[in-house]
Design a protein. Structure first.
Length: 548
């Protein structure tokens, strides 16, 4: 590990004209006028990142809270066990023995409540003798974050083969979650147990000026910092070859999900199977042979590091990306919910609509900033293509700023925010994000060709007014450093955030793409009939100048 760091810093020093490594292979600190740096920080995805199993008494409540804590700390959740998950005890024990997680998080019960069920859960896990992923020479870390009255009995249930830690309850009362202590302990255990088995770790930890964080946890950290400092709602996505990570902060509530079967190379066949080829092809503006496309998918799985060499291959890959992102966002919205099990006041209408507690926190009409990263988004040949993939997959509503992290700097800024929040915010704004522009799209669906909204735009470089009809997509130039005052008057039945049919005014920022007026409707439904969808896809591609 340290060899890689030394090589990277040597190369960075050559590019910057500043010596960062001394003759003994040590980082030069503190910084002088010509040499060295002030601090060294690091994130880690070593060994495929942090992998965890979580357990709780009730799947929809304590187990869900435990899962949120694990995901928020940057873990991949391999399995969720619950007393009510319909598996018999021997089936659960067999599953525990099959898994080799890095650590286990157990939750259950509110403080002062019944201790019996959470103790039974511990007594089920203990005899299964769960084995750690990197061999059996060290103890399996187990974190208990449940009913504090049950802690002594849970401790008694486990013997010396595990390293048990007790932290504050993730769900001390039904109405409130307390995920911070569990997340902090997961980070500590990650350093003490998982990273400790990586060669050169002891040396690396002595270099670092802040605790090493799992990479996804650091991404979540910077997004939470941005949302808190700017008082905005944020969604971030990182789409990779095997998984898609989604992060959201709405009303100060942070959530992260990992869609482990939705990716652009290793998992591309899963995307095609779940979305189906007809849904993928609706985004393609020209005729494509399905048999050839199936071969493309198989070739991508065999050679996952290849990139598109032709226009047709690029268009198809970006169509797959839209569906992968769309499906991952659906999963995220289902997980990022208000607390289940909490009594809520309901009207007669709510009862007939069968609304339940646990409604999604994610509201596209309240979304202020949408950030994309990952190869297919960050390295798209044109900025317009990145913007189109984000808009088509996430369907932002109202006024939404679009941006991309072109060099995947967010994890590093997430750790920097622990040391110097102001510096992290400034670098995030100036060097990390490439602003694509602002998407303006009302909520609602109207008759094709009918009026969707009227607009008026006022800025130093752009003064324009007009109408946009349903099904239309329009782009107006607005430079990255420019601001504009936009007034939208939606047609009846359409909502920009002030209520159906009511006008909305907001200052928006420009970007490399500009101001995008989207009147295609929400939710955006393209027919799977190729003869009908192809002309629409072609018209929208032309409007955004995606490939021409």
């Amino acid at each position: 590990m340290t060899l890689g760091v030394v090589n990277a810093l040597t190369e960075l020093g050559e590019l910057a004209g500043r010596r960062l490594i001394d003759d003994q292979g040590q980082i030069i600190r503190p910084a002088t006028e010509r040499d060295g740096c002030d601090i060294y920080i690091s994130t880690s995805s070593a060994g495929g990142g942090l992998q965890m199993m979580v357990a709780g008494v009730v799947k929809e409540m304590s187990a869900a809270s435990a899962k949120r804590a694990a995901l928020g700390a940057g873990a991949i959740v391999m399995e969720t066990l619950a007393a009510n998950d319909r598996r018999r005890p021997h089936e659960q024990i067999q599953r525990i023995r099959e898994l080799r997680p890095d650590m286990i998080l157990i939750a259950g019960g509110t403080d002062g409540g019944n201790v019996k069920q959470v103790v039974q859960l511990a007594e089920r896990i203990s005899p299964a003798r769960p084995q750690p992923r990197f061999g059996g020479e060290y103890k399996m870390p187990v974190i208990f974050a449940g009913n504090q009255d049950a802690a002594p009995l849970v401790t008694k249930a486990f013997d010396a083969h595990v390293d048990l830690s007790v932290v504050a309850n993730v769900r001390p009362v039904l109405e409130r979650e307390n995920l911070g202590p569990a997340r902090d302990k997961i980070h500590d255990m990650f350093l003490e147990h998982v990273m400790a088995h990586a060669p050169g770790y002891d040396k690396l930890i002595s270099w670092a000026d802040a605790p090493i964080m799992p990479t996804p946890g650091a991404v979540g950290n910077i997004l939470q910092t941005i949302a808190d400092k700017q008082q905005i709602n944020v969604v971030g996505v990182d789409i990779g070859g095997a998984t898609t990570d989604l992060f959201s902060v709405f009303g100060g509530k942070f959530n992260r999900t990992v869609s482990a079967n939705l990716g652009m190379s290793y998992s591309i066949s899963n995307v095609c199977a779940e979305a189906t080829l007809p849904k993928i092809l609706r985004w393609v503006p020209f005729e494509m042979d399905e048999r050839e496309l199936r071969n493309r998918v198989k070739n991508k799985m065999i050679r996952p590091t290849t990139i598109p060499q032709t226009r047709e291959a690029l268009v198809f890959e970006q169509a797959v990306a839209r569906e992968a992102l769309r499906l991952a966002y659906i999963q995220h919205k289902e997980f990022a919910t208000t607390l289940k099990g909490v009594q809520q006041k309901r009207s007669i209408g709510d009862a007939f609509a069968q609304k339940s507690s646990g409604q999604s926190l994610v509201d596209n009409l309240k979304l202020d900033l949408l950030v994309g990263s990952g190869g297919v988004l960050s390295h798209a040949p044109r900025m317009q293509q990145t913007a189109a993939m984000l808009i088509d997959a996430f369907e932002p509503e109202g006024f939404t700023t679009l941006a991309k992290d072109s060099i995947f700097m967010m994890p590093h800024l997430g750790v920097l925010a622990e040391v110097n929040p102001q510096a992290a915010l400034e670098v995030f704004e100036r060097d990390c994000l490439i602003y694509l522009g602002t998407c303006v799209a009302p909520r609602g669906v109207g008759k094709f060709g009918g009026l969707c909204f009227r607009y008026r735009i006022e800025s130093a470089t752009l003064n324009e007014s007009g109408e946009v009809v349903n099904g239309d997509l329009r782009v107006l130039p607005l430079a990255p450093d420019a601001r504009a005052r936009v007034i939208i008057e939606p047609a009846r039945g359409f909502d920009m955030g002030n209520g159906p049919g009511r006008s909305m005014e907001q200052e928006v920022r420009g970007g490399t793409v500009g101001l995008i007026l989207d009147a295609r409707g929400r939710g955006l439904e393209l027919t799977s009939n190729r003869d009908l969808s192809r002309p629409l896809a072609h018209a929208w591609a032309e409007a955004l100048r995606l490939y021409s």
